[in-house]
Design a protein around this ligand. Structure first.
Ligand code: NAD
Length: 440
């Protein structure tokens, strides 16, 4: 497959960027036509609620539309400087064969975003969907095929870590676009740094990883809004979002009142099979995830105080939601990404301490503040370590182009995404006349 992708690269690379952009626009149109069907598959394969499944398909459509337009802009050579007798052009060129290694939790949007970015910039792509969402990967391949991707340009390879590893190590894979956990992402970065004697380029790994995201609630916050925002952010898709809230940092003055209201709100959530549109909370992805989350809940009960634990019998891998209070910054449930509906509540004396707690992990993905104090909001803008900071709203559901998504610290390399798939080249020509060339 790598050989095929390599062979197809020359033909794909030389197409004008506008033609590759049109392919993405056609893919978006197909997704729009199949929107309900794609969402339905997400409900069955990943246990997404109706609303979340539809939002994921909508985001996939947005990625295609957005990267198409971005590439048309980047595809035009940019003139640098205006000295007479010289023309300098900055142009972007694709890197070559790209491996896309995707997670399962946004089973259409994330693979679509990474694949569309790699394709539109002129790379050929080997897409490995997660072993937990192979069907959505297959459907995405089908959609790009129908949109007219030429033979050899996109390959969908179902499989698990061993396929991912083989792609990362392959000497002819030049770019690795990965979204997933911190452990795997950091391993990929290390592996990509090793140079094989058959390699002809330095591998470039674009890794987007996890989070341990916090929402601060201060004494001036509208508590109704804060409770709603925290509940939606920690329970949406059962907490299985990189952007999910997993820590609520609440100022002493409103801490107990907030906890009481939070408990009531969690008790009122409709839990049950995702196929039923009346349910807000469905099962987690599989038995492995359920067991891991359950273990963290037990750890959290020892580290802190259980406020509420919802339980639901199967069939289906149900767990939580759970709220724990009195959590300290050194506790495991305050530091490790759980990837389930488990919220650690921490108490802070003042806003400075709240910010210190918020910043006390190795992640910096999303964060939120509920406050009506201009002074506190300014402090949060300046000092809250989060790639995406949300003020007086929930912290999930970033929209393409309006809230470009990505973290820093050990959450990822968050940067202008399309440029990651290209090399910048500068062509500098002396334009002082030196006679005419004979006609060709
Ligand atoms: P994961 O790291 O277990 O798997 C991600 C992908 O990597 C899968 O396709 C998997 O098969 C593959 N993989 C696993 N081991 C590999 C290896 N050794 N070499 C190469 N590939 C390998 O993550 P997941 O469970 O699928 O997804 C959940 C994680 O993703 C969470 O940590 C979440 O925060 C993160 N995430 C981050 C973002 C973001 O934008 N930052 C978005 C969604 C999810």
């Amino acid at each position: 497959m790598v050989e095929h992708a390599q062979a197809a690269h020359d033909g794909w690379r030389i197409l004008p960027a506008t033609q590759r952009a049109e392919l993405l626009i056609r893919a978006a149109a197909i997704m729009r036509r199949r929107r309900d069907e794609l969402a339905a598959w997400e409900i069955f394969e990943e246990g997404k609620s109706w609303h979340e499944a539809d939002a994921d398909v909508a985001e996939a459509i947005d990625f295609c539309e957005f990267y198409a337009r971005e590439m048309v802009r980047l595809g035009r050579p940019k003139r640098l400087g205006h000295e007479p007798g010289e023309v300098n052009h900055l142009v972007y060129a694709p890197r070559g064969v790209a491996a896309v290694i995707a997670p399962w939790n946004f089973p259409l949007a994330i693979p679509t975003g990474m694949t569309a970015a790699a394709l539109v910039t002129g790379n050929t792509v080997l897409l490995k969907p997660s072993e937990r969402s192979p069907l959505m990967g297959l459907l995405l391949g089908e959609i790009f095929q129908e949109a007219g991707v030429p033979a050899g340009v996109l390959h969908v390879i179902p499989g698990g870590p061993e396929i991912g590893q083989a792609l990362v190590e392959h000497p002819d894979v030049q770019t690795i676009a990965f979204t997933g956990s911190k452990t795997v992402g950091l391993n990929i970065l290390a592996q990509a740094a090793r140079v094989d004697s058959r390699q002809r380029a330095v591998k470039h790994a674009v890794v987007e990883m996890g989070g341990k995201n916090a929402i601060i609630v201060d004494e001036s916050a509208d508590l109704d809004e804060a409770v709603t925002g925290v509940v939606a952010s920690f329970t949406g898709y059962q907490g299985q979002k990189c952007s999910a809230c997993s820590r609520a940092i609440v100022l002493e003055a409103v801490h107990d009142l907030f906890l009481d209201r939070l408990k009531e709100a969690v008790l009122s959530l409709a839990i049950g099979p995702a196929e039923d549109p009346g349910n807000r909370i469905g099962p987690v992805i599989d038995a492995r995830a359920q067991a891991t989350i359950q273990q963290y809940i037990e750890v959290g009960k020892r580290e802190g105080r259980l406020i509420v634990e919802r339980r639901m019998a199967g069939p289906g891998f149900f767990v939580g939601p759970v709220v724990l209070a009195d959590i300290q910054p050194g506790h495991r449930v305050a530091q490790e990404e759980i990837f389930g509906p488990v919220l650690a509540v921490m108490k802070a004396r003042d806003f400075d301490e709240a910010l210190r707690l918020a910043n006390s992990t190795s992640y910096a993905l999303t964060g939120g503040v509920y406050s009506r104090s201009p002074k506190n909001l300014l402090a949060a803008r300046e000092r809250f370590a989060a790639g995406n900071l949300y003020i007086n709203r929930g912290i999930t559901g970033a929209l393409v182009s309006r809230q470009p998504f990505g973290g820093y610290r050990l959450s990822g390399v968050g940067a202008d995404y399309l440029q990651q798939f290209m090399v910048a080249r500068v062509i500098s020509e002396n334009t002082l006349r030196r006679g005419f060339a004979p006609p060709e």
